[in-house]
Design a protein around this ligand. Structure first.
Ligand code: ADP
Length: 464
């Protein structure tokens, strides 16, 4: 059985309130009973002493008892649960409640007993008889026997007081429970409402509505984080989706030209318009090689543009890496008659060595590719304690100011027909930029047509 968050929260509030009310009533009842019993025992002992004092005062100097007053004291005591018997020193009965009104005595006893059993069903009480001497001017002139229900008993008004208190407890309990239900319902609604909305959003997103965003605000930190995470998720999915569509369109576009060339060449040969001589077959083969390169580039692009580029960082000297990459290109520079100059300082950085190597390869190969024979390429490495700066300057064909803002975009080639011949698909700089940004660095370019191009990469030394 699955319950909604709202039901669960409300039930929890009620349960907590019920347990608290229950415990508070039990504990306060126990304490109340104990203190009330102590109070009753003390006040009953005090009352007995008062009765003794009052009756003592009814004995006068001449040895007479004021029976009328003793009787009214006795009746009053009887009404309050005490059966009194006054005797003189010789044992003669002066006044006895039992003799005065036996019926009233029995009904009083029954009523006290009933009171005690109504409050404590397992009560084990008994009648206690206390004897007090009547002392006048230092002489004992008689005794008073007070019989009452012990160790203590409740009168009607005592019981009424206790019952009223209990009713107050029950009332407070009921009100607390009702309040718990009301507050629980409001709080759980406030907590569950934004979650329900986030669930609706998540459902929309799972159905492909990536532009759907939740603008719900909550004063609960975790719920706000949940809303933000769902929004981020939607944003990421949206940009992935856009990237996917864009990539498919770009790939289709890139494949179309070599495939169309291959198709027309093949058809011409099949129809017998062209002889399948080695030159034409070589041209077809070149197109196939280009397609192959494109597929390889796409493979790399998929890896670097997947959004999150995982870096395997180590500390190394960037100078050593640049020297190694430059050494690999040495032969090509010599073949093309381009001078390669290195001005390198030691720069220890924490970075992904393979990816940084890929970045340098891309920039150096571009410099080589777009510089004519007799030109020059300079690689400089400088830096300070926070960053390393790598600059690759060539005296090549340059990039026009119109093309400059777009060269980092996928498949962008400044001069499409010429660059297609040089073999580039317009992916190298996209990958280079992705690598630099993954390292929290920056890449800048300055260029002038027929003068040359300078790419400057800045890498932070500690980019945790
Ligand atoms: P490609 O594989 O075509 O070289 P890149 O992404 O590396 O793709 O470069 C994009 C475009 O930027 C190139 O097609 C070229 O027009 C231009 N470009 C890049 N580097 C240079 C450079 N050093 N000199 C002149 N043009 C460059």
């Amino acid at each position: 059985m699955k319950y909604s968050l709202r039901t669960k929260l409300t039930l929890t509030y009620i349960l907590v309130a019920a347990v608290c009310v229950f415990l508070i009533s039990i504990i306060s009842n126990i304490y109340l009973d104990k203190y009330f019993q102590d109070y009753i025992i003390k006040s009953q002992a005090k009352k007995n002493n008062e009765i003794v004092t009052l009756i003592t005062q009814q004995y006068d100097e001449s040895g007479n008892w004021n029976i009328y007053s003793i009787q009214s004291i006795g009746i009053n005591a009887l009404e309050n649960g005490r059966i009194i018997k006054v005797q003189d020193v010789d044992g003669r009965v002066i006044w006895d409640a039992m003799r005065y009104n036996t019926v009233m005595c029995h009904s009083m006893m029954a009523s006290v007993e009933y009171n005690m059993y109504s409050r404590y069903p397992n009560w084990e009480g008994e009648y206690v008889k206390d004897s007090y001497p009547i002392v006048h001017n230092g002489d004992t002139v008689g005794t008073i026997e007070i019989v009452y229900y012990g160790p203590f008993y409740y009168t009607e008004s005592d019981l009424e007081f206790i019952n009223t208190l209990n009713q107050v407890f029950i009332g407070v309990g009921v009100i607390s429970l009702l309040l718990a239900i009301a507050i629980g319902a409001v709080i759980s609604r406030n907590i569950s409402r934004p979650i329900t909305k986030v669930i609706d959003r998540a459902l929309l997103i799972s159905q492909g509505h990536y532009s759907s965003r939740s603008n719900e605000e909550s004063d609960t930190k975790e719920i706000n984080e949940l809303i933000n995470s769902i929004n981020d998720l939607a944003h990421n999915l949206e940009s992935q989706e856009r990237l996917r569509k864009q990539l498919t369109a770009d790939v289709a576009h890139e494949l179309r030209t070599p495939l169309a060339t291959l198709q027309s060449h093949m058809e011409a040969m099949i129809d017998g318009i062209w002889e399948p001589d080695s030159e034409r077959l070589k041209s077809c083969h070149d197109e196939i090689l280009r397609l192959n390169r494109l597929v390889g580039d796409l493979d790399k692009l998929a890896k670097y543009e997947s959004g999150v580029l995982t870096l395997d960082k180590t500390e190394f000297d960037l100078k050593d890496l640049v020297v190694r990459v430059a050494a690999n290109f040495e032969k090509e520079f010599i073949n093309k008659n381009i001078q390669l100059e290195l001005k390198l300082n030691d720069q220890i950085i924490s970075a992904d060595r393979d990816k940084i190597s890929q970045m340098i390869v891309n920039l150096v190969s571009n410099a080589l590719k777009y510089t004519k024979s007799g030109g020059k390429v300079i690689i400089e490495l400088t830096g300070d304690k926070n960053k390393a700066e790598l600059a690759i300057t060539d005296s090549g064909i340059g990039i026009s100011q119109e093309d400059l803002p777009y060269i980092f975009e996928r498949f962008y080639r400044a001069d499409k027909s010429r660059n297609r011949m040089t073999g580039g698909a317009g992916i190298g700089l996209t990958i280079t930029k992705a690598i630099v940004e993954a390292h929290k660095g920056a890449i800048e370019v300055e260029s002038e047509i027929n003068v040359g191009t300078k790419f400057k990469v800045t890498l932070p030394k500690n980019n945790e």
